[in-house]
Ligand binder design. Sequence first.
Ligand SMILES: *Cc1c(COP(=O)(O)O)cnc(C)c1O
Ligand code: SF4
Length: 342
Amino acid sequence: MKGTILATNHQSVEGTCGNSGPGWQKAMKQAVRNGYALCDQLGLPHRFASAAAEQDFPVFAPLEYIRRMQPGNPQDPLLLQVLGMQREMEDQGSGLLDPVGDEAAQRAEGVLQKYKRRVLLITTGACAIHCRYCFRRHYPYETAPKGKAGFSRSLELIRQDAELDEVILSGGDPLTLADETLGWLVDELCQIPHVRRIRLHTRLPVVIPQRVCETLLDWVRRSSAAMYFVLHFNHAQEIDAAVSAALADLHRSGAVLLNQSVLLRGVNDSLEAQRDLCLALVDRRVVPYYLHQLDLVQGALHFAVEDAAAQALVASLRSELPGYAVPTLVREIAGQASKTPL
Ligand SMILES: *Cc1c(COP(=O)(O)O)cnc(C)c1O
Ligand code: SF4
């Protein structure tokens, strides 16, 4: 299997908020789409970018995110998450295309179930950013159902299975869908009596915080199922005033806010980076949930941190922070009944 994340395809971004709306779709359209342009934005020489890496997985970074990077710093922790680099080409023999067994977990097209009581819907292939370490960077998104007709089939499967009390909207990033579609989907899910919780896995409030607009907050507030947002911050530098305001709005709308990070060598693998991130999150009412060991996807192995170093890092974190501020260190092992705590 080899597919692509489709943020670079304009058609994959639905158009209701358009020009009159809050501007997040415009922000996606204006995103930087190649490494040379990204280097230009930051005053870095082009040699830091790699066209070969971008052929494998295109660069995609909104200006809102780039503005939080430090100009002239090739080691910037935000830049390293999005710039395609030559070192990605060095693990082509050993990295996996489907490291977490997504293909084997398909119950229907775009519906994954690995664990009891909860299913995950691949709602879209589009993301608001391309993270170089992404474990789904080779997922075959073309096969996922699209639009209301596609979701109707997934809804039918959920309706028929009373064991499912939680539905996870994932992707890609579900918040690249229009609020009209998401509001409809949430309303439909709320009408299924056994669905008690709806969870969204999203990076959009991190990347383009104006995505947390009034129309989004409307469908969050009106959900009768408990709403959980699992955000994806990797570094405290990702949190600025606009992001803080978006988090406050989401929290006031009644959603529970959790965060998952990926432990990334050179980005957030120091005690200082983890402590600053966890504190910045809990100050904003976001509970650190998981710290993921990297999935060994082809092109990302240079980000890997040894298990022993990861465990030592989390042990140090535990000695510095309140228990609720320390995420659980996990690895996803294909075929297991849950994520595996380390
Ligand atoms: C990671 C994942 C979940 C969520 O697991 P939790 O431990 O509940 O956060 C659910 N379904 C799939 C397919 C997953 O990959
Ligand atoms: S990590 Fe999430 S936001 Fe980043 S490219 Fe992968 S699916 Fe998209």
